[in-house]
Ligand binder design. Structure first.
Ligand code: XUL
Ligand code: MN
Length: 345
């Protein structure tokens, strides 16, 4: 029995289109996804603003809230909670050169409008968390934007959200690049600095995605630990990634089992979830996956997480301490490898 609660986004079950080719699977309705998420064992759903309210730009504020209430009804029907809402600030023509730090004032206002609407939607869905994945916040042409000005724009935008709703929490999901070349807020360290500069740091934290940390050349477990040291790990996006290349969002643990184990171990060791945090997955099916198997990557990620949780529960801390005391890290490393390989010891 897992100690954790799990969440997932509707975009994690998708039709398989990528930049180089069309869809390979059928589209699935939001309700059908909710039904299967609940059956698979998820507790909560993560949303982009327009996952919950399609065509959001064409609706009035009241229409947006009404549609969000309808989606809340669907969540209730399947016993699911909403975990967070993330404004999608990368698809719209207004976001070509960024959102909060776009070079044009009307585009910056659009980004704030979507953020305020995301807060409204979150409230209707019954959650208090806004995730900012800052997809286009940075520079494509290094000389085009001052990183000082851009960083101030980000802090100011978060302050406006904190003022708009006095109890909403804002959570940055850092990523060093893609689709932007040079990101303004690329790691957990950046997130902590931005948080500290806002008007209410206790309400501004991070969402650590394993793949994004690996893209930054960092260890996801250490990024998790760093944020937890400041009580700022508001959620996680667990997945896997084969080195520093395009963002792959692979099934959790399939590339680096030891690194995955250490993410689970750090979460478990430090009581992640005791303030209601969810273990979120952000994983994609392979393009070859069939319609019949289009939830397999989620089932597999959950199964791998739970198997690693059971290993983490069995981790022999007394043996670890003895190895550390004797400076016998070779023995500790082999103990860990045997634990992962299922070799009796
Ligand atoms: C992009 C990414 C997004 C965010 C949500 O790399 O991870 O799916 O998690 O906007
Ligand atoms: Mn993510």
């Amino acid at each position: 029995m897992s100690k954790f609660k799990f969440s997932v986004g509707p975009w994690n079950v998708h039709a398989g289109a990528d930049s180089y080719g069309p869809a390979t699977r059928s589209e699935i309705s939001l309700e059908e996804k909710f039904k299967r998420f609940a059956e698979i064992g998820f507790d909560a759903v993560q949303f982009h603003d327009d996952d919950a309210v399609p065509n959001i730009n064409d609706l009035t504020e009241e229409e947006i809230k009404a549609e969000a209430r309808r989606v809340k009804g669907l969540l209730d029907k399947y016993g699911l909670k909403a975990e967070f809402v993330a404004p999608r600030l990368w698809m719209d023509p207004h976001t070509i050169d960024g959102g909060f730090m776009s070079s044009r004032k009307e585009d910056r206002e659009f980004a704030l409008w979507r953020s305020f609407r995301s807060i409204d939607i979150a409230r209707e869905l019954g959650c208090d968390l806004i995730v900012l994945w800052l997809a286009r916040e940075g520079t494509l042409c290094a000389e085009s934007k001052s990183p000082v000005w851009a960083t101030h724009q980000l802090v100011e935008a978060i302050n406006r959200m904190l003022e708009y709703d006095k109890t909403i929490r804002v959570c940055i999901e850092p990523k060093p690049n893609e689709p932007i070349d040079r990101s303004i807020c690329g790691t957990m360290g950046h997130v902590m600095a931005v948080s500290a500069a806002t008007i209410d740091p206790a309400r501004v934290g991070g969402n650590l995605e394993s793949a994004h940390a690996i893209l930054a050349g960092l260890d996801p477990a250490h990024e998790i630990g760093f944020a937890m040291a400041f009580n700022k790990l508001f959620t996680v996006h667990l997945n896997d990634q084969n080195g520093i290349k395009y963002d792959q969002d692979k099934t959790f643990g399939v590339e680096n089992l030891r690194q995955a184990f250490n993410q689970v171990r750090v979460l478990l060791e430090n009581g992640y979830g005791s303030h209601g945090e969810y273990v979120g997955l952000d994983v994609k099916a392979m393009r070859t996956t069939t319609d019949a198997d289009c939830y397999k990557h989620l089932e597999n990620s959950l199964a791998i997480f739970k198997a690693l949780e059971a290993k983490a529960e069995r981790f022999d801390y007394a043996f670890r301490d003895k190895c550390v005391e004797n400076r016998d890290l070779e023995a500790l490393e082999m103990y860990t490898m045997k634990l992962l390989m299922g070799i009796d010891q």
